[in-house]
Design a protein around this ligand. Sequence first.
Ligand code: NAP
Length: 419
Amino acid sequence: MTAGGEIPLDKIVLPPEGERIQVIEDKLAVPDCPIIPFIEGDGIGPDITRAAQWAWNAAVTKTYGDSRKIVWLELYAGEKALQRYGEVLPQDTFRAIEHFVVAIKGPLTTPVGTGYRSLNVALRQKLDLYACVRPVAYLPGVPSPVTHPERMNIVIFRENTEDVYAGIEWPKGSEEGEKVISYLNKEFDLHIPQDSGIGIKPISQRATQRLVRKAIQYAIGQGRRSITVMHKGNIMKYTEGAFRDWAYQVARDEFPEETITEKEIQQRYGGEVPPDKVVVKDRIADSMFQQILTRTAEYDVIAAPNLNGDYLSDACAAQIGGLGMAPGANIGDFTALFEATHGTAPKYAGLDKVNPSSLILSGKMMLEYIGWREAAELIQSALVRTIQQKKVTYDLARQMQGATKLKTSEFTSAIVENM
Ligand code: NAP
């Protein structure tokens, strides 16, 4: 097979070597030299992408020698795309990610309150990457603001395509906004002030259930103990409350042998969780933020609507060393876009200063996703060793006693030496 197969790309030249990852009979078929697209991203994106590719390539070479290699293909989004294509998110980028199935990206700028909508949200929606998967686990040696960071070992499945992130909103005074407000006030006898901005929060049964299905499948497959549905259903009954009900329905209808609810544990098993069952439970969003701090070890896989999941991911990341340490991925049925979970930190752009660990660990997730587990493990062990040697970037150094503060490139070099 040739590099790309049939794919109509405008300004992207396919590499002469490598093959594409394919989905064959509902499974990923990964060649020894897969072409994997990457987007550098804005701000600190180029700094961390350069570093991370160095670490990923080194891990693959050290693990598999010449028998396996990633062939990188650069795609464009954000400022770099604007220069090359005159638009921030060209069709080439969508087409190539769909075609090559697995890709990875740095952070992209999103203007607040004005300008274009989030490129990250657009990528997730257009490619139907409906699950934002964020593992949050403590790595030994990483400084943390809590007493027992090692108790944190969760994976958040955040719904990625709807909720208030669906992008259905209009500014105060706009024709559309005024129309919606007038309609609601007239038809439903409401009193929404005419000078309001207005947004819509759709949460559907289908999107909820495919997200929860993925989370339950993951929990069962990885031998996890529980899945917690996080919602604010006491207030938003027909969106977040329905999210909870639909989640329980998936567990009950599709995984009756593998899952059990807290109520069933009390009623049928005297409060003891039977072996080999994944407990399905739910928590109200505000209490979840408290519980994840005070009873951290009781939580494992968490399924949440978009906004809750976004907030919770960052709050949890704070306990294990901050945003610079937290990896993530946006995953559809098969297509997966791995990404650094932090933003573009523009004040540090080009300074060779920031922590590349979030992106490096997202790449580790990506290697696991394509089945290259040995290389993934090597990345993690080398990263842990480097941090335990107290060789770290500024963000961790300022929280550690006696640390050596390294630049992004020096830190990456230390990781590679530790492989
Ligand atoms: P941010 O870029 O994540 O930066 C906030 C702060 O987090 C930084 O000032 C820095 O804190 C710390 N930080 C972030 N990345 C770090 C790293 N790799 N190493 C060490 N510290 C790191 O958030 P923001 O300033 O709110 O957002 C900037 C832009 O990024 C916005 O346009 C936003 O929309 C976008 N964004 C994109 C994504 C994405 O592409 N997935 C995600 C979030 C935000 P200190 O200064 O305290 O050290």
